[in-house]
Design a binder for this molecule. Structure first.
Ligand SMILES: Cc1ncc(COP(=O)(O)O)c(C=O)c1O
Length: 428
């Protein structure tokens, strides 16, 4: 079927200048299987970015599909206030176990930005319940991204998403981030944080960070020593640490949660994206006994009254349980580790391509800094990628792969081969 621009404009797409679709209409995907997307014209594409980093185990994953069918035949939804259901209880206990029971209380929503909002609100409300209502300011890192609702934009530092709404947002101060292992640079950034915290701790509720990699800013890696130092400073000054694992959680960096590569114990973690393997919208904020206890009172107003109609939806929770089952039963973390030498080998021609200035890798993320000053690079690369059968969406001049973990050796090789064709054709 061929669609006109009027049909396309009936859908207002996210992260899109709709007018650009006059040149390149949206690709209408009819089916998907594993890492492959199939459009209505018979073209296929390798989903090299897991459909915005959500799909962990391939499209149409049989196990998640079957679990959902089973759940559909039992309970599709029930409100979570006053009621509960087996999937939400099991999921909460299983997530707690993944944190070694250090974050044993889960609060649910449906998207990442809402998880950010929940963590920020919960942190400030904690201090209010404790009698410190002035502790209601947040700190974020430069180049951060935590979502695009008005509250989440307050701790996001990406001008393109933020500038138009400056007047609507309570903008949080930003801390500098060291983007190298150079100890002087790490200490310089921590020194800045220390000075800021010493001066403002009485007004500060929490610091929110993406762990180890700032994804939306272009897969920017920073050293774990910085996160550990920041955590120590936050603890010393009684400021919560919120770790936003929305993009990096669920094995993406090589550990189940990225913070588990450090000695940090956060006060909150935010989860979404991979939590349901890309099947259904779900997010969660996990927190500690201490935070939970501050809300556990005889008085309604001291409870955490935030709610969404679909909070803890049984289908989404059941999908998430199956994701955890797959992790545990199929040893996904170990399997991903053991495949790294193979991936490294397949990537060699790309790493050595003359347009690649530098290359970074962690877990199931590969990022390439492309030597270009062309502002159109990202769009052109996306367009050429489609021509060569791959879905890639570079961020500025950062080209990256974050494929489903089920990608085969052959598919990974095809992805590299197609990317080389794109880099040979794109104007740099
Ligand atoms: C680290 C991080 N936090 C929050 C979000 C927002 O999630 P959502 O798009 O589901 O609102 C994202 C999305 O990319 C993210 O990468």
């Amino acid at each position: 079927m061929s669609w006109g621009i009027r049909s396309f404009n009936a859908v207002w797409h996210p992260c899109t200048q709709m007018r650009f679709h006059e040149d390149l209409p949206p690709i209408v995907i009819k089916e998907a299987k594993g890492v492959m997307l199939f459009d209505e014209l018979g073209n296929s594409y390798i989903d090299a970015i897991s459909s915005w980093w959500v799909n962990l185990f391939g499209h149409q994953n049989e196990r998640i599909k079957n679990a959902l069918i089973e759940q559909l035949n039992q309970l599709e939804h029930v409100m979570l206030a006053g009621f509960s259901h087996p999937p939400v209880i099991e999921l909460s206990e299983r997530l707690a176990a993944k944190t070694n029971h250090q974050l044993g209380h889960a609060f649910y929503a449906s998207d990442g930005a809402s998880a950010t909002e929940i963590a920020l609100k919960m942190s400030a409300h904690y201090w209010r319940n404790k009698g410190f209502s002035d502790k209601n300011q947040f700190l974020a890192l430069s180049n951060s991204y935590h979502g695009e609702t008005i509250g989440a934009l307050g701790v996001t530092d990406i001008a393109l998403f933020k500038d138009a709404y400056q007047d609507l947002i309570r903008i949080s101060p930003l801390l500098p981030v060291p983007y190298s292992d150079n100890n002087d640079e790490i200490q310089r950034c921590l020194g800045f944080a220390q000075e800021y915290l010493e001066k403002h701790h009485q007004q500060l509720s929490s610091i929110i960070v993406e762990p180890l990699i700032q994804a939306a800013a272009g897969m920017l890696f920073y050293p774990k020593g910085y996160l550990e130092g920041l955590s120590r400073l936050a603890k010393k000054h009684q400021i919560h640490l919120i770790i936003d694992e929305i993009a990096m959680g669920f094995g993406r960096t090589g550990s189940f949660f990225a913070y588990q590569q450090t000695d940090v114990i956060p006060d909150f973690i935010c989860l979404s994206k991979g939590i349901t393997g890309g099947f259904l919208p779900l997010s969660a904020v996990l927190t500690t006994d201490d935070i939970f206890a501050a809300f556990y009172k005889n008085n309604l107003a001291q409870g955490f009254l935030h709610s969404h109609s679909y909070t803890g939806n049984p289908l989404a929770c059941r999908a998430a349980i199956e994701v955890l089952n797959i992790f545990d039963e199929d040893n996904i973390i170990e399997k991903n580790h053991s495949r790294q030498p193979l991936f490294d080998q397949l990537l060699l021609p790309l790493i050595n391509h003359n347009s690649v200035k530098s290359y970074r890798h962690m877990g199931m993320i590969w990022a390439f800094d492309i030597d270009t000053k062309k502002p159109q690079f990202s769009r052109e690369c996306y367009r050429l990628g489609l021509k060569h059968g791959i879905l890639v969406r570079p961020i500025g001049n950062q080209l990256y792969f974050m494929p489903p973990y089920t990608i085969t050796e052959h598919e990974f090789g095809q992805l590299v081969h197609a990317t080389l064709k794109v880099l040979n054709e794109v104007s740099l």
